[in-house]
Design a protein. Structure first.
Lengths: 342, 337
């Protein structure tokens, strides 16, 4: 405290100097600063370490089971997909545990929710939000930075796992990889990231809406449980209550009802994700809805080219992206004009 | 007259039917230390939030450093350092890291950032603790770190919301001296809100008294006491050793003097109410007349009295709704006198 006058003099001199120098403009924007800090925070947090451990364990377990069964499934010539060794690695199982992509449809929401559920409210409760907002930072920059930083981490994690799997598979089997397989695996990863992004934006929305982190986490988990467990049951119950007796319906009408049920089920994001990943990882899947016998009549049971699979899952992808955007837009709406008090 | 650096015009904020801030007009000039004084819930924080664009006013405008705070908050936030009443830091980071983060957010050049953060820590006297995690900081240290945090962006205006809350008395003194020194050396404009009048009295050039969303009075402490206690003016009371005979022979002589309003006699004490300060003349008069003066007391109206006076009225207002008008009338009447 004693040396204040001196240090202050220096300070004001420096201030004058720095105002003159033209290279002052060369500093990164607040958005990047926040993203960097958030990523550092995530990496150091216990929460993330636990989740990473969970996902890596899942990955190792499903790889282990898949490698044990890979010989029989690749040797099975009845299966049109048997040539795709690396896709088989991701989807084969002996039914003791679900394959990796099914596992991921459970774990990805958990990952997204846990990375976002306290994004805004914990800062508000700690009193850091108001300090942050008193800096020249746009509010949307903060929201976007929270979203992007979590997503960067998730993307890195998933990409690392996929590349590990490919590399490990090559070392163990020595089989050459089809370009199509690489594309499919990469798009599977992108799909998974989009899926996490949806849950992330939902949980950020919850973190803005609810002041308590526990409330927002529980609400987000509640929504997730609703869609994974109860949604199908409820849809079935409701449809059954007004579905006419199938014996009096023509085949076309039954088809139409089936289509309706499927479409309603597809509101659930996990349904979208499962549909999309199944199509991407199993090239022989050629339709997600029911197919009539006429349509199947002269079809050869062969794998679809990559482009066709993407065409099939495109509605799913856009559905997920749309849901993410809606959550994000709501977050903006709630946060932009909100009064921030500590 | 210079242009005011902070200009609030007809600022109003309603929460539902509650008017938190009611038609507030306030000008604060460059280099001034302005104290916003009022009880809890008077609308001080709301006013500050509106000045920073952190909440939208229901009507009226807040112009800070020439920018409209509602439409252009970023420009305002570049110039204004704000220290909220309950400070929070990222507990996982050290104090220096917290400070550097804020510096980066303000777009300070990366080369200078570390040195300037270290300097700031020195300014607020935290050099020895700057590598500690903020979770271990005491309230007073956090407050100082908060000040460093405000200063690192090199603001033109600093806004401190209840800066003395929760610090011990010696800490408060240091803190206030620090603020005053900074303001004088760098020409900073300081807006300080508090419900602690003594602190405000120590440092502020001007104060505004803020009750129930209304600015009841503003000015320096002399003006305020003049406004409020105008009828009494300056009161000097003199205690002498001798008993004063009643009626006092010199009373008429003194009463004829210019500016003397009233003389009240007690056993061995006389109170003089004057329209200007006549203490030296009165003392000289007593000495000449051969009185042995024991004590001369000039009644000084501090913020304490001012504050109390306003809060009395405020309390009344809470019990009788109508008395707002009554109070305002009585206040302005005394002001005119």
């Amino acid at each position: 405290m004693k040396s204040q006058p001196i240090s202050l003099k220096d300070l004001s001199l420096k201030q004058a100097k720095s105002n003159q120098s033209p290279e002052k403009a060369v500093s990164e924007g607040p958005f990047n600063v926040i993203v960097r800090k958030e990523i550092a925070d995530h990496i150091r947090s216990w929460r993330f370490i636990v989740l990473i451990g969970l996902i890596v364990l899942t990955f190792i377990a499903s790889m282990y089971v898949a490698l044990g069964n890979i010989k029989s499934s690749v040797g099975n010539t009845d299966d049109p997909d048997h040539v795709f060794l690396y896709l088989k690695l991701l989807t084969t199982t002996d039914n003791s545990i679900p394959p990796f992509h099914i596992f991921l449809s459970f774990l990805a929401p958990l990952l997204g929710i846990s990375l976002g559920f306290d994004a805004i409210n914990s800062e508000q409760n700690n009193g850091t939000l108001i300090r942050l907002m008193a800096q020249p930072v746009y509010r949307d920059n903060l929201l976007l930075a929270k979203f992007v930083s979590a997503l960067v981490i998730v993307s890195t994690l998933f990409a690392a796992l996929a590349l590990l799997m490919i590399g490990g598979g090559m070392l163990l089997t020595g089989v050459r990889m089809e370009p199509q397989e690489l594309l499919r695996i990469l798009s599977f990863i992108t799909m998974s990231i989009t899926y996490v992004a949806f849950w992330l934006s939902l949980s950020i929305l919850m973190s803005i809406k609810f002041k308590q982190a526990a409330t927002s986490a529980l609400t987000a988990i509640g929504i997730w449980l609703f869609f994974t467990v109860f949604y199908q049951i409820i849809v079935n119950l409701v449809i059954r209550s007004f579905l006419p007796n199938p014996t009096f319906l023509s085949q076309h009408e039954i088809m139409a009802y089936n289509e309706l049920v499927l479409n309603i089920l597809r509101i659930a994001p996990n349904q979208l994700y499962t549909d999309a990943t199944t199509t991407l990882l199993m090239p022989s899947v050629r339709s997600l809805g029911p197919i009539t016998m006429e349509q199947m009549a002269s079809a050869i049971p062969s794998p679809l080219p990559f482009k066709e699979s993407v065409m099939i899952v495109w509605p799913q992808v856009s559905g997920l992206i749309a849901a993410t955007v809606v959550c994000f837009a709501l977050s903006y709406y709630l946060f932009m004009r909100r009064e921030i008090r500590s | 007259m210079k242009d005011p650096i902070i200009q609030l015009k007809g600022l109003t904020k309603c929460y539902g039917s509650l008017k938190a801030v009611d038609d507030l007009n306030l000008d604060i000039h460059k280099g001034e230390i302005f104290g916003l004084l009022g009880p809890n819930g008077a609308g001080k924080t709301t006013t500050i939030l509106m000045m920073l664009g952190l909440t939208d006013p229901t009507s009226g405008t807040a112009t800070v450093c020439g920018h409209n705070a509602t439409n252009n908050p970023i420009a305002v936030k570049k110039k204004v350092g704000y220290m909220p009443d309950s400070l929070g830091f990222y507990d996982g980071m050290t104090a220096l890291e917290n400070l550097i983060y804020i510096g980066r957010l303000n777009g300070l050049p990366e080369k200078e950032i570390k040195t300037s953060a270290t300097e700031m820590m020195e300014v607020v006297g935290l050099t020895n603790d700057m590598h500690k995690k903020t979770a271990t900081y005491s309230r007073g240290m956090k407050q100082r770190l908060g000040l460093a945090d405000v200063l690192i962006k090199r603001p033109d205006v600093i806004v401190l919301d209840e800066p003395t809350l929760g610090i011990d008395p010696s800490g408060i003194k240091d803190f206030l001296i620090l603020i005053k020194r900074l303001s004088k050396q760098q020409g900073l404009t300081v807006l300080l809100s508090s419900h602690h009048l003594h602190h405000v009295q120590q440092v502020c050039d001007r104060v505004g008294i803020f009750v129930n969303g209304k600015l009841l009075a503003q000015g320096n402490i002399d003006t305020l006491s003049g406004n409020l206690f105008g009828k009494d003016g300056y009161v000097t009371s003199i205690t002498v050793q001798q008993t004063i005979e009643q009626p006092w022979p010199f009373e008429t002589e003194l009463k004829l003097r210019e500016g003397m309003n009233q003389i009240t006699l007690h056993e061995n004490r006389i109170d003089f109410a004057c329209s200007h300060d006549m203490t030296p003349a009165i003392v000289r008069f007593f000495v000449e007349k051969g009185y042995d003066i024991l004590e001369v007391h000039k009644k000084d109206y501090g913020l304490d009295d001012i504050y109390e006076k306003y809060f009395e009225n405020n309390l009344m207002e809470n019990t009788h709704e109508k008395s707002t008008d009554f109070f305002e009338r009585s206040f302005f009447k005394t002001g005119k006198k």
